[in-house]
Write a protein that binds this ligand. Structure first.
Ligand code: GLY
Ligand code: MN
Ligand code: MN
Length: 507
């Protein structure tokens, strides 16, 4: 990485630096001479135009904006993409827009830091959709060649306002006009709502334009955030296609991991070899991973969010891999398979695996339109509780354990069986309970089915031969008119099929 701020000047003293046209107070070596400025500003042809990849997502996003506007007639709605976030010192994280912004604009990958979507009702009728954007800096501006955060020579060009407007159908304006525009729009609106934590600078900008009652503001924004989450509960056809693509890329990632297992076994940090195989595929096939990959061998599988991934991968152990590719539109898969490192499950591993598979199958059998989201979880929990009772590890019978006052079986599966999936791995997380956990399934919903059993190595209540075994099987499902489609069916789940699939990949 080029270092704009750390290269010492090639001059002996501040006086000499000034002579060279450099800033004497800075260690930057950026040339500042007039001759340089004039020279770098000239001799450039036109920038390449925006390609048309945004045309289709933009059409779907326009429908979503209309649906959102209809929920808040007459109100000014503000959805920032968010700012660049510092990783450390002078380096930023790779930018990812807020999911609500991506949903309502169709912009994915790293587009666009500091952009703000505004739905303005002040002209009456349907909201007018505006996208505020940092404009391209001209080639004679210092930003073009000297700004490592935003400058075109450093991070590439930003879209032109006109060309982005042509491809998205949004009215695209310079963000410099936003403060004045918002003041006018807020004055002509019945209220103003913002996604408050997307971009603190935008939230602060709106503050003087809004009701001074802080509690009322918080309530209004909470309702807005909830509505944005609930708007994503049922996926449209384009979103389902994106999720299918995310799953297809993830299946490739899992295949690469199986191929990498011999190398992982031979490495002291084999879990990292596994992570690298999956994450490399994710970066090549999509935008990256949708969440940090969980590469957990042996007892690490019992740590639900094990992302340190620095342990060995030993023959005879299981590898729990929970990983998903996020495609360029930012939709992600979320898949777990638990694989025998050397290709064959031991009898003890099969015992645990088959209970988890039976729980998953029960959840699949329960899932169809009209049943409640929580019924899917409860179907899986009935299996888990009954099998754990048979193992003799519960202090009560299965029925008593399933009672809300009991729940002893949850010691071995502390997480839920399902969550919605989409732009976020835990999508729609701000939806109200009655719209999520207690809501009936509807065609177009996409969620995970992911029961597990985790018997920690030091668990003295568990049978000795099962200690150190953790299993999760996680599939992504789409609710259809009469049931669910397993989107991740290309990855085998049955233990015999898992063994055969691994053997076929390892040749
Ligand atoms: N990978 C996180 C989850 O399965 O929910
Ligand atoms: Mn999950
Ligand atoms: Mn997962």
């Amino acid at each position: 990485m080029a270092a704009p701020e750390t290269v010492p000047p090639a001059v002996a003293s501040p006086g000499a630096a000034q002579e060279a046209g450099e800033d004497p107070k800075s260690h930057r070596t950026t040339p500042r001479s007039e001759a340089f400025r004039r020279f770098i500003a000239q001799g450039w042809g036109p920038r390449p135009p925006e390609d048309d990849r945004l045309a289709e997502p933009s059409r779907w996003a326009a429908q979503r904006r209309r649906a959102l506007g209809a929920l808040f007639p007459g109100e000014l709605l503000v959805v920032p993409a968010g700012p660049l976030v510092r990783r450390s010192n002078d380096t930023d994280y790779r930018f990812r827009p807020h999911s609500a912004f991506a949903h309502l604009t169709g912009l994915g990958t790293d587009r666009e830091p500091d952009a703000v979507l505004v739905l303005d009702p002040s002209a009456g009728g349907e909201h007018r959709a505006l996208l505020y954007l940092r404009p391209q800096a001209p080639r004679d501006a210092e930003e073009f060649y000297a700004d490592a955060r935003y400058g075109e020579l450093w991070v590439g060009p930003r879209p032109g306002l006109a060309s982005l407007s042509a491809t998205t159908g949004l009215e695209v304006r310079d963000v410099a006009a936003m403060a004045d525009d918002l003041a006018v729009a807020a004055a002509g609106s019945a209220g103003t709502r913002v996604v408050p934590d997307a971009d603190p600078a935008v939230t602060s900008l709106l503050e003087p334009l809004r009701d001074p009652d802080a509690e009322a503001l918080e309530r209004a924004d909470d309702e807005f955030v909830t509505a944005l989450s609930e708007l994503r509960l049922v996926k449209d056809a384009w979103e389902v296609a994106q999720l299918r693509e995310a799953v297809a890329a993830s299946v490739e990632g899992f295949e690469q991991v199986v191929r990498a297992l011999p190398a992982a076994v031979g490495h002291p940090r084999g879990e990292r070899v596994v992570e690298a195989a999956f994450d490399g595929t994710a970066r090549v096939r999509g935008n990256g991973v949708g969440y940090e990959t969980i590469s957990a061998a042996g007892d690490h599988a019992c740590t639900l969010h094990w992302i340190t991934n620095d342990g060995p991968v030993r023959p005879g152990d299981l590898l729990l891999l929970d990983a998903g590719v996020e495609v360029d539109s930012l939709y992600t898969a979320d898949v777990t398979r638990t694989l025998p490192v050397d290709g064959r499950f031991t009898p003890a591993q099969r015992r645990v695996y088959e209970v988890v598979l039976e729980a998953a199958d029960a959840a699949f059998a329960a899932a169809r339109p009209g049943v409640r989201f929580r019924d899917v979880h409860e179907a899986a929990m009935r299996v888990i509780a009954h099998r754990l009772a048979e193992w003799g590890v519960l202090p009560v019978d299965a029925q008593a354990s399933l009672d809300p006052e009991g729940q002893y079986h949850r010691r071995w599966m502390a997480h839920g069986t399902s969550h919605h999936l989409g732009l976020d791995v835990h999508d729609c997380a701000q939806a109200r309970r009655e719209m999520y956990l207690d809501a009936e399934l509807r065609p177009g919903m996409v969620f995970t089915i992911e029961p597990g059993l985790y018997v920690k190595a030091e668990d003295e209540l568990a049978p000795a031969e099962l200690r150190g075994i953790g299993v999760r099987i996680e599939d992504d499902v789409l609710v259809t008119e009469d049931g669910v489609e397993n989107l991740t069916a290309a990855l085998p789940r049955d233990p015999d099929a898992v063994e055969a699939w691994m053997a076929s990949l390892r040749g």
